[in-house]
Design a protein. Structure first.
Lengths: 576, 90
């Protein structure tokens, strides 16, 4: 049986399935003999005792892992488990209805679910998950299989509805071959953990936990999102070959890990990694990135109900910076608006959000949010090599204004004798056409440029790439876009400044080739693309890339450019 | 001694599990009997099950009733806890 889900982490694996089921199975009202009532109640009490110990253990682990902050919920669990009326109430249901403990627990849980569902206030409604999760723990402890929640020995492909951070923390990684989950997308916790462990993952496979059982043979291809349960011999043989091919490819790529990104004619390219989640730092380091070219700080702000404090941000930045030191880490200030919003920070509705109050504009109009972030970044700069980057700068005065706020925060830190890097580099994202046109002036004031190709293409060509009606207009090889990039590079180099490219364009080998030819000094790509781009760089001559770029800059049609590059790059790579 | 006070819940989540726990832990420090009245239901302020069962939401008004030697102090402390949003940020 073949299933198709969302590819979340690449790799091909053949192995046996281990199902993690966290479902409370709605137990049928299993009647028990009245003589068994006492037995059932003592079974309940044991499960409650066992759950108490489990909760205390998790609480200790969490406190030692991340500090005291999130442990409060466990105190609540303990209080609940210790509540006399809890045991009394469940025991009463067991006695009165002659039912087993599972059923009785479920009945009480249903009461809470009903109560919370009747509440119109959605905040409280959502908090039913806390109570559910406690009841799940108790029911689990009622069954004898509770010790087998996670695999202890052997190697398994984990199948689950979804995996929480506490699940993955509890699992022993050496027993895991891959992850398959029902929920989640490419940015879900499961996907991120899988990528950082470099094991395949397929997510978003609805109902998969119902379709499989422990021990089923599974083939999974994390790059294509394919999962095949109990394959026939032919399929199995075919995939064994595929897996071998994949392993050889990985082995070749891994050889590149420790090598520099240098072209055949000895032109060194700085190859950085973008970071969307702190977990990705490990992969970037593992693949020997020259630095972090872009920290997307939005991850700190989303998935919560209030603004992150300075301290919270500082600890996250510091941890990234320390791990990468002495290599540079470029931290981009908050880049929301457009299509990314914070549920707890509303801006008034706009006709054209992409031309509206977004990105640096939002920071400048909310100085307290902006300053909090800058203080956290500056404090982290004392622990390594940090650069500050402002997104979506569109005028010179806007950059000056943002920089002045940095200086203001610096003065304040100095007064309070808090250390930071006083010579910190401050640069801008070039992603608005006006910034390209004013690049000569901006380059005098900025320490570096980083071209955000996604937005630059969208604003240059006036095309929303999410809009299917006009998606065809969105093309990185449009001659106008290439001339924009060329102009940005020239302005920067005239002023002895570096230009980096951190959009998706940098991660596509043929486009990266062109970018290098256009004179871009640094590429910043997703951690998973580093080795592929490095492979390309090590197989080309910078001189060739330069010539190709010179030639295509004279073309006036996108198609011509595309064709020319593809043929040329093929011949270079074939000859090597 | 018997004291009572009507207070509005100002934390956005309302009386969820963690908030109920904070309430009960504070209530347990006192000898007095503590009850919460909401929507004509009376809950035992020292039982988390009971407090949680009220389903009291953000901005709703609850009445705390304390009866015993330290009733007055109990009300003061519990009022402070609720006004401080049970130590939550919002």
């Amino acid at each position: 049986m073949m299933y198709k889900g969302q590819p979340a982490s690449p790799g091909i694996i053949i192995g046996k399935i281990f199902v993690i089921s966290k479902d409370i199975k709605l137990p049928q009202s299993e009647k028990i003999k009245s003589s068994n009532v006492e037995n059932e109640i003592s079974r309940l009490k044991q499960a409650i005792e066992k759950t108490k110990q489990d909760v205390l253990l998790i609480k200790e682990k969490i406190i030692s892992d991340i500090g005291n902050k999130d442990a409060g919920i466990f105190d609540a669990y303990i209080l609940f488990l210790n509540d006399r009326s809890f045991v009394d109430k469940i025991s009463k249901i067991i006695k009165d209805e002659n039912v087993n403990a599972e059923y009785a627990l479920n009945k009480l849980l249903e009461d809470y679910i009903k109560l919370f569902n009747n509440i119109s206030n959605s905040y409280l409604k959502e908090k039913i998950v806390d109570i559910k999760s406690l009841f799940e723990k108790i029911v689990k402890n009622l069954s004898e299989e509770s010790s087998e929640l996670f695999p202890k020995k052997g190697k398994w492909v984990i199948v689950a509805q979804e995996l929480s951070p506490s699940d993955t923390a509890e699992m022993d990684k050496k027993n895991i071959l891959g992850f398959i989950t029902e929920t989640g997308g490419v940015t879900s916790h499961t996907a991120i953990v899988a990528r950082s462990l470099e094991i395949p993952a397929v997510v978003g496979l609805k109902n998969i936990t119902q379709q499989v059982k422990k021990g089923d043979l599974v083939i999974m291809d994390g790059e294509k999102g394919i999962v095949i349960i109990n394959p026939d011999t032919n399929t199995l043989e075919a995939y064994k070959k595929e897996r071998l091919k994949y392993l050889i490819k990985i082995k070749m790529l891994k050889k590149l890990k420790k090598l520099d990104a240098v072209t055949l004619d000895k032109h060194k390219i700085i190859l950085n990694s973008n970071i969307e989640f702190p977990e990705e730092v490990a992969v970037a380091k593992e693949h020997n990135a020259d630095g972090i070219g872009l920290v997307r700080t939005e991850f700190i702000y989303i998935n919560r109900t209030n603004l992150p404090t300075e301290e919270e941000q500082f600890l996250i930045y510091k941890s990234i910076v320390e791990k990468m030191a002495p290599k540079p880490v470029t931290i981009r200030t908050l880049d929301i608006g457009g299509d990314k919003f914070l549920p707890y920070f509303k801006i008034s509705p706009e006709q054209n959000p992409f031309l509206g109050l977004r990105s640096i504009r939002l920071s400048l109009s909310n100085p307290s949010i902006f300053k909090t972030q800058l203080r956290a970044i500056l404090r982290a700069s004392a622990f390594g090599n940090v650069r500050i980057m402002f997104p979506m700068i569109s005028t010179v005065e806007e950059f000056i204004e943002a920089k002045n706020i940095v200086y203001e925060v610096m003065e304040d830190l100095k007064r309070k004798k808090i250390s930071f890097d006083e010579k910190i580099n401050i640069g801008i994202m070039v992603e608005v056409p006006s910034a390209v046109i004013m690049a000569d002036e901006l380059a005098k004031k900025a320490d570096f440029f980083s071209i955000g190709t996604n937005d630059l293409i969208q604003y240059t060509l006036a095309v929303d790439r999410g809009n299917a009606n006009v998606a065809a207009y969105y093309n990185p090889l449009n001659p106008a876009v290439l001339r924009m990039i060329k102009k940005t590079v020239e302005s920067a180099h005239k002023n002895f400044k570096h230009v980096s490219v951190c959009g998706e364009m940098a991660g596509e080998p043929h486009l990266a080739f062109l970018l290098l030819g256009l004179g871009v000094d640094e590429l910043s790509v997703s951690p998973a693309s580093i080795l592929q781009v490095k492979k390309l760089i090590r197989n080309i001559n910078f001189r060739d890339a330069f010539e190709v770029a010179e030639t295509v800059l004279k073309f006036e049609k996108t198609e011509e450019i595309k064709e020319f590059i593809l043929t040329r790059i093929k011949s270079y790579l074939l000859n090597k | 001694m018997r004291y009572s006070k009507k207070i509005r819940l100002v934390n956005q989540l309302g009386m969820h599990l963690k908030a109920a726990a904070a309430f009960v832990m504070t209530a347990e420090k006192f000898k007095s009997d503590i009850k919460i009245k909401y929507n004509n239901i009376v809950a035992d302020g020292k039982s988390i099950m009971s407090v949680l069962g009220l389903g009291a939401t953000y901005k709703s008004k609850i009445e705390i009733i304390a009866e015993g030697v330290d009733a007055r102090e109990a009300i003061m402390k519990l009022e402070e806890l609720i006004k401080n949003k049970f130590g939550e940020k919002q």
